[in-house]
Design a protein around this ligand. Structure first.
Ligand code: NAP
Length: 462
């Protein structure tokens, strides 16, 4: 028997576990999928936007994998806590695959980015996704007072948070947003959301389906600034661009043409067609400073940029201020080091060769990585499949050597002896049940429990 721990139960962890058990080359591989949280599914539960029901429903596929007879979910076990180092984990398992993602947001590095009213989009997403480590932080108060928000970045996270800010309460009510966040979003007075990229539309990171969705919202209309677009050399003729970039430019162009025809300059004018919220998509503006008034965010000063001819941009020395009482920085995630594992701070990943962790340049026996901590925070959920497969293949190639090392008979007994309180699959199922019950009492579908004690209480009632 080969005992494997997969650390992290997001898509990359679950796909890795699946690749390990759904093969015939190495018989009897047993996998524990460990997670710091008592709930599985990683960013599918805590990152995919609540109004993306179709992507959320991927949880059903992940569930089928976690219910496999040779896979066990072991939640509420944190690597690093109770002396559980990577080294000690190898006393329990023949191999460990780290699928711990990229937990932090990248920083802008401009003055004012930590002012009250300025947050990373990751914090905002965690809050409305009911992550038990999320802190309310004042989102409710800010949303209740702000009229205008700036979202920095033009990737899919920026699109997600811009869309959630522009949704009406009736659109969010059917989702699993926790009750407190639903109340705060429903009471939001934000009417204009500026989503701002430092490069052009042909270089934006969002995917076209997500971009298009912004234009199909019942309460919001999208505006683009023709002067921004004209700066993009590929805007006039996007034919030579890769397909996704070309389609993005086509969507933006359609909006620009609509905007030129309709010229609705502000939220009040837009209210005429029932869409009282505006999403302004801007380009070629790079953040220089988050502006302050009375100790809070008052806006963002951007420097106008122009293409530098090699895919980047250069500043022009001209500045534009956009007023906002809420700023969300959606400029990407970064991996965080795990004590006891090597880490490349420049890339924010664990050094590896085909998924084998490298220590001082040589593969470390029994240690592997997959997902964002292996390749960086890029790609969509499906990108994790081939990534996980590559790592599983390396591990299975190494299996004859790995299986020779003796390991603990029952890792769970040892984990408990070391002070952990693992939440197993029945515990998770009772959290799900508690969330369904909570939803019923609120007249909603399942509503997520947003705090640690609540989750652990629910798990213990299994
Ligand atoms: P991302 O795709 O890397 O986008 C980051 C954005 O921030 C880019 O526009 C980038 O501009 C900009 N940026 C970076 N540093 C900046 C700075 N200092 N100043 C101004 N702008 C800056 O990151 P993400 O949006 O966090 O998404 C992470 C991954 O999750 C992506 O692979 C994404 O597709 C995926 N995701 C997918 C979905 C979905 O499928 N629905 C939803 C959410 C996330 P430059 O290009 O100029 O660097």
């Amino acid at each position: 028997m080969l005992r494997v721990a997969v650390v992290g139960s997001g898509p990359s962890g679950v796909y890795t576990a699946q690749s390990l058990v759904e093969q015939t080359r190495v018989p009897d591989v047993r996998v524990h999928v460990l997670d710091r949280l008592p709930c599985p599914y990683g960013l599918v539960r805590y990152g995919v936007a609540p109004d993306h029901e179709k992507i959320k429903s991927l949880q059903n596929n992940l569930r089928t994998v976690l219910e496999h007879e040779r896979i066990g979910f072991v939640g509420n076990v944190e690597i690093g806590a109770n002396g559980l180092t990577p080294e000690r984990l190898l006393e329990l398992y023949h191999a460990v695959v780290y699928c711990v993602g990229a937990a932090r947001d990248r920083r802008l590095g401009v003055p004012g980015e930590d002012l009250p009213g300025s947050w990373s989009a990751t914090d905002f997403v965690s809050w409305y996704s009911a992550h038990p480590d999320a802190v309310e932080n004042g989102f409710g108060v800010t949303l209740g007072a702000a009229r205008s928000a700036v979202v920095i970045g033009v990737g899919n996270v920026a699109v997600d948070v811009a869309r959630i800010l522009a949704r009406g309460p009736e659109e969010l009510h059917p989702t699993d947003v926790p009750q407190a966040a639903l109340g705060a979003l429903a009471a939001s007075r934000v009417r204009t959301v500026h989503m701002v990229g430092r490069r052009g539309p042909s270089q934006a990171k969002f995917t076209t389906k997500e971009l298009r969705e912004l234009g199909a919202m019942p309460r919001a209309r999208v505006e683009v600034e023709p002067a921004d677009l004209a700066l993009d050399p590929a805007y006039a003729d996007p034919a030579g661009l890769p397909a996704v970039n070309r389609r993005n430019v086509e969507v933006v162009r359609a909006w620009a043409e609509g905007a030129l025809r309709e010229a609705a300059p502000d939220a009040d004018a837009a209210a005429g067609d029932g869409r009282s919220r505006i999403i302004r998509v801007r380009f070629f503006l790079r953040p220089a400073e988050v502006l302050e008034r009375d100790g809070r965010v008052a806006g963002v000063r951007f420097e106008r940029t122009v293409p530098d001819g090699s895919g980047g941009v250069r500043g022009t020395g001209a500045y534009e201020d956009i007023e906002a009482q809420l700023v969300l920085r959606a400029v990407g995630y970064r991996g965080v080091p795990l004590a006891g594992l090597p880490f490349d701070p420049a890339r924010g990943t664990v050094p590896h060769a085909a998924g084998r962790v490298l220590r001082d340049g040589a593969p470390s026996p029994g240690e592997y990585v997959a997902g964002w901590i292996k390749r960086g925070p890029t790609g969509v959920i499906g990108t994790n499949r081939p990534c996980a497969k590559e790592t599983a293949t390396s591990l299975l190639d190494d299996a004859p050597l790995l299986a020779r090392r003796p390991v603990a008979d029952d890792p769970l007994v040892t984990l408990r002896a070391w002070g952990h309180r693992p939440v197993e699959w029945p515990g998770w199922l009772s959290i799900e049940q508690a969330e369904a019950t909570l939803g019923r009492t609120l007249g909603r579908g399942p509503v997520k429990i947003a705090d640690w004690p609540g989750l652990l209480r629910a798990a213990e009632s299994a």
